[in-house]
Design a binder for this molecule. Sequence first.
Ligand code: RTP
Length: 150
Amino acid sequence: MSVSERTYIMIKPDGVQRGLVGEIIKRFETRGFKLIALKLVHATPEHLEKHYADLKGKGFFPGLIKYMASGPVVAMVWQGLDAVKTGRVMLGATNPLASSPGTIRGDYALSVGRNICHGSDSVENAEKEISLWFPEGIVQYTHNQAIWVF
Ligand code: RTP
């Protein structure tokens, strides 16, 4: 656990299509996490197969890749104390039917195959996913109180 821990959070195509981008970003911002990277990406099946390499062989894998390639996703990196674990708690259980109310999936989703968002499940995987989705690197910045926006 560290204040500079980073996690990869992705709003899936159904979350983008349903207009939940602002709501999901708002939850991470108001919780206190720092947004350090963000972009809209229409990923290729090949790229998504790398992201979900651990799931290759599962019966739902082809459908998962098709769903994830069906439209753009919002790729983000959030930084802050215990970002990986807390991010997963904020997303809720993978199957929305088991997600607690108050979590993103528990408030906005019903089906495991359309569960709106992704969050890294370990610090090690977060760093791998950040490299996969942001190969160009991430600009580090600090809030400078002296030039705060008026
Ligand atoms: P994610 O990677 O998207 O955050 O999800 P997760 O770690 O909570 O769950 P994981 O087991 O890695 O599954 C990845 C995504 O695959 C879809 N899925 N469909 N039985 C099914 O039809 C099924 N199981 C999983 C979900 O979209 C899940 O988020």
